[in-house]
Write a protein that binds this ligand. Structure first.
Ligand code: WT7
Length: 653
């Protein structure tokens, strides 16, 4: 890698009007104290939750494996429900749900509690016990968080597969976990279009022998195939459900869930999170970032299929008895002000979304905002990818009316919760548009070069974490070796995040995107190898390469190269077919924007595709060092394919 100097905003002077008074000094005092004795710090935070039994030891660190709050017993569903229904909060609204066309459902904490208990009793009837895996493939309806909580109540391990993934992606994940129960819905809606989820499940289950029972939520009211002895309607099962199921006491280090995410090989990684430290960390960090109060109305626009939804829709907010909005649908459907309308309707005070969504709504213009009173807003969050200063300032000015701090939270599926973020719920630091600011208490982050040495101020390098933290992944499911290799071997002793970053003169972190073969498409993580194996699974394709290209709204878009097998012609029709194929193998998020046909690809002598060369050609950037390249001609070929494509574009416009 070539570490380069990058221009950044260095000054602490705020280039924008602000109505809050930050205090850097005070924040640093808290931070430094936390660093001096992180275990004492987390011991204190952990006592804010209700445990069935306290721990003997805060941390056992056998690098790179951590055990937190050893011997402590708790239950995540108890913390999110039972604890609240014992108080006045039983009648507090937990969830305001709404769909694209304005159907609504409202659930109080006591209703949510009762639904979760009943579902847990049904799952138990199907034989779900502590440690069993429960697969979840549901749209963003209240049954989704309920399923997670019901699974946690029984001590089972849930594994949610985003309902935008295809049947193959679903089957791969279900098979990896060997889940015996799967919960899904007949269908769901996106931009008014029906998505036949049950059909996708039926196709997946042909390849998933472990699944014995399927529970189907009636969401779309469409005819579906129900296989006798395997498929059951959720609403029918609930008729005979029991009202109460004792929450199973879990040791702090018993897994709560597995969530798959993309890495640098074709096989997704099963990130395993523990119960105790995950809850402690999320409970604390959520309060710091969003200053959640009983009066707050919180809305996170993510789907529960991603870690944002696990931590920042289900476990952290519910552990605080937050009132939240859940919206099933697209941001701009049926009109570009759908989200602004919802903020106004429910009086949302904390709004948490992605830079891609902000840029998209920015594109529609302020006129859509002006139709709505957004004065309820107090804090605005951002997550999933770096937020460019322009989008930051637009969000700050036009959505927040220059009175809401922008809380840019840097974290990952692996980190479980927020790591680098302003903390208005603790002490706000001066904000800089485009920077996630400083690490949260006890988090030690650093930017290093190829040799693991700290880089000077303003120099780009790799972001690493120097110490274990409570929300950290335990391991990769059934693959501790890969866990060690992926995260702890590049820089021995440190956790490798896979991100580029720089630190400015004030110690602020500026995240610069992925440093590995992982793309971020609209904030979603997709591995280049996954895309490539999807493309070569088409009978016409011999070899493939994928790269990400900067995209104004989505952050990155997917470009692919294909070498065809003999006897196949590079036609426009085939190109369309291949795009569709990748989409069908992985899901709509993985649709390539363009596919280029070539006869060879730039590779190293050991046969690795040099994606950086492909990228340089497509972006008209200097190609750089080619000394490890096997075949010079391949670069020329890629250039030619690209030039031809550019001509074609000109011709068609
Ligand atoms: C990757 C993790 C964490 C929830 C959603 C994504 C990028 C995430 C930020 C941010 C710059 C960010 C990083 C990271 N990322 N948040 N605030 N600023 N980059 O979870 O799918 O596991 O992706 O998302 O590249 O490594 P994920």
């Amino acid at each position: 890698m070539h570490l380069q100097k990058v221009k950044i905003l260095e000054s602490t002077a705020l280039p924008f009007k602000q109505k809050f008074s930050p205090n850097l000094k005070k924040y640093l005092e808290i931070y430094e104290e936390s660093i001096r004795d992180p275990e004492k710090f987390w011991d204190r935070e952990a006592r804010k939750l209700e445990w069935f039994r306290t721990w003997n030891k805060v941390l056992e660190w056998d690098p790179p494996f951590a055990r937190w709050f050893v011997g402590g017993l708790l239950n995540a569903s108890y913390l999110c429900l039972d604890r609240h229904v014992k108080t006045w909060r039983r009648s507090k609204v937990a969830i305001y749900w709404e769909d694209e066309v304005g159907n609504t459902r409202t659930l109080s904490y006591s209703q949510l509690y009762s639904e979760v208990n009943r579902l847990a009793s049904v799952l138990r009837k199907f034989g779900v016990r502590k440690g069993d895996r429960v697969a979840v493939y549901l749209p963003l309806i209240p049954e989704l968080p309920m399923t997670l909580l019901a699974s946690a109540r029984l001590g089972a391990i849930h594994t949610v597969v985003f309902s935008g993934f295809s049947s193959q992606a679903l089957a791969d994940r279900v098979n990896d976990t060997q889940a015996k129960v799967l919960i899904t819905a007949d269908g769901s809606f996106r931009r008014g279009k029906l998505l036949s989820l049950k059909k996708i499940v039926d196709a997946a289950l042909e390849k998933c022998p472990s699944v014995e029972s399927v529970i189907v939520v009636k969401r779309a009211n469409v005819d579906v195939n129900m296989q006798k002895g395997r498929d059951y309607w959720y609403h029918e099962l609930l008729k005979t459900a029991r009202d109460y199921v004792e929450p199973v006491p879990m040791e702090s280090n018993d897994p709560l869930y597995i969530l798959y995410t993309s890495g640098t090989t074709g096989k997704p990684k099963g990130i395993v999170h523990n119960t105790g430290a995950y809850m402690v960390f999320n409970h604390a960090a959520y309060k710091w970032a969003f200053n959640i109060r009983d009066e707050s109305v919180y809305w996170c626009t993510a789907d529960i299929g991603w870690v944002t939804g696990h931590s920042s829709i289900v476990y952290a907010p519910l552990s605080h008895a937050a009132t939240m909005v859940l919206y099933e649908g697209a941001p701009d459907y049926p009109t570009p002000d759908r989200w602004w309308e919802i903020i106004e309707k429910y009086g949302v005070t904390i709004f948490y979304t992605s830079p891609t969504a902000i840029r998209m709504l920015m594109g529609y213009g302020e006129k859509w905002l002006k139709k709505h009173d957004l004065s309820s807003l107090e804090i605005l969050g951002s997550v999933g990818e770096p937020i460019n200063p322009e989008a930051w300032i637009w969000y700050y000015k036009n959505v927040g009316g220059e009175k809401c701090p922008i809380v840019d939270t840097w974290w990952q599926t692996e980190t479980g919760g927020f790591m680098i973020s302003p903390a208005p719920g603790l002490v706000l630091v001066p904000l800089k548009p485009g920077s996630a600011t400083l690490p949260l208490p006890t988090i030690e982050a650093e930017v290093v070069d190829d040799h693991g040495k700290s880089v000077p101020t303003g120099v780009k390098g790799y972001l690493v974490l120097k110490k274990p933290w409570p929300g950290m992944l335990m391991t990769l499911y059934q693959d501790p070796q890969r866990y060690k290799e992926v995260y702890w071997s590049k820089f021995p002793g440190s956790y490798y995040t896979g991100d580029y970053a720089i630190r400015d003169a004030d110690g602020y972190f500026w995240l610069l995107g992925r440093a590995d073969e992982v793309l971020k498409i609209a904030g979603h993580r997709i591995g280049t190898m996954e895309l490539e194996s999807a493309l070569v699974s088409h009978p016409a394709v011999n070899e493939a390469a994928a790269i990400g290209k900067p995209h104004e709204v989505k952050g990155e878009s997917i470009l692919m190269f294909a070498i065809l097998k003999q006897g196949h012609e590079p036609t426009t029709q085939l190109k369309q077919e291949l795009k569709k194929h990748v989409r069908e193998v992985i899901g709509p998020v993985a649709t390539p924007e363009e596919i280029y046909f070539v006869h060879s690809l730039p590779k190293t002598r050991s046969g690795k595709i040099m994606r950086r060369v492909l990228k340089a050609v497509l972006m008209d950037m200097p190609i750089g060092d080619l000394s490890t390249l096997e075949d010079e001609a391949s670069v020329e070929e890629v250039k030619k394919a690209y030039e031809e494509f550019k001509k074609l574009l000109k011709g068609s416009s």
